[in-house]
Design a protein around this ligand. Structure first.
Ligand SMILES: [Zn+2]
Ligand SMILES: [Zn+2]
Ligand SMILES: [Zn+2]
Length: 264
């Protein structure tokens, strides 16, 4: 399968609006300033595009969905897996309407019961369309997921994770690749389902600890416990300096960046 990181930033993105407002004077590492000239420092909101055997799968529709699919020239979407219902992961949903129209049918979307409920409430015009509308409404077929399923040649397994008080948060295992972008704690049952990985893509917010995300130290501890063949870190704030901090990572671990392509 081919994986393309559509976005690797936390909910504020990088550069942040806050840093721009005060002319980058207080950006802790100067990363938002560097992002002006070096695309590896620019982080749109987190999302992953997976292509396998002709099946085009998206994980989450971020707030930056439109810029992301234009940048990576995503020409087809067969299904969307949602990790959870936070704004940075769902608010690109309206823009999948172009794919529904051109593919002439609804797109299958999957998530936990809690996530599907958030989508239904957040986008009531999509799930209960009014009789007449302008501009077009995405057509979706929603599926509550509480066990594994086959999409194309991918065995998709939801991995329940703890991500603060929000219920129904998932990471996903796709064959021997696991994607856990928003996580604070991985329980024993989830750890058991993450054995024997070729590639682990894991949340790494920043250096300091956080109530709902993993810090770099915590991410590396999980990587050491799980021993995947290789790991990529995602969902990062402006505290992570792509170039300088890469030197701190052990062999087989790297920071992802927007547009990064990986074969797995
Ligand atoms: Zn997030
Ligand atoms: Zn900044
Ligand atoms: Zn989140």
């Amino acid at each position: 399968m081919r994986l393309v990181f559509l976005g690797t930033g936390t909910s504020h993105g990088v550069p942040t609006i806050d840093c721009m407002i005060d002319h980058y004077a207080h950006c802790p590492r100067g990363v938002c300033h560097k992002a002006q000239n070096d695309p590896r420092y620019r982080r749109t909101r987190t999302s992953l595009w997976v292509c396998s055997d002709g099946f085009s799968l998206l994980i989450d529709t971020s707030q930056d969905f439109r810029q992301q699919v234009l940048a990576q020239q995503v020409r087809r979407i067969d299904a969307v897996l949602y990790t959870h219902g936070h704004a940075d992961h769902i608010y690109g949903l309206p823009d999948i309407r172009s794919y529904c129209r051109l593919q002439q049918g609804p797109i299958d979307i999957y998530g936990s019961a809690e996530t599907i409920d958030i989508l239904r409430r957040g986008f009531s015009y999509v799930f209960n369309p009014p009789p007449q509308v302008g501009g077009g409404i995405p057509q979706v077929r929603e599926h509550m997921l509480d066990g594994s399923l086959l999409l194309g040649n991918l065995r998709v397994e939801p991995i329940p994770v703890v991500h603060g008080p929000l219920q129904g948060c998932y990471g996903y295992r796709l064959n021997d690749v696991a994607y856990l972008p928003d996580v604070h704690e991985i329980g024993a049952e989830a750890m058991a389902r993450l054995q024997g990985l070729d590639l682990l893509i894991l949340n790494c917010l920043r250096f300091r600890r956080h109530a709902t995300h993993l810090s770099l130290e915590e991410s590396l501890a999980y990587i050491e416990a799980l021993r995947p063949r290789r790991s990529l870190l995602t969902h990062m704030t402006h505290d992570i300096d792509f170039e300088q901090d890469s030197a701190l990572l052990p062999a087989g671990v790297a920071f992802a960046h927007d547009g990064l392509e990986v074969e797995a």
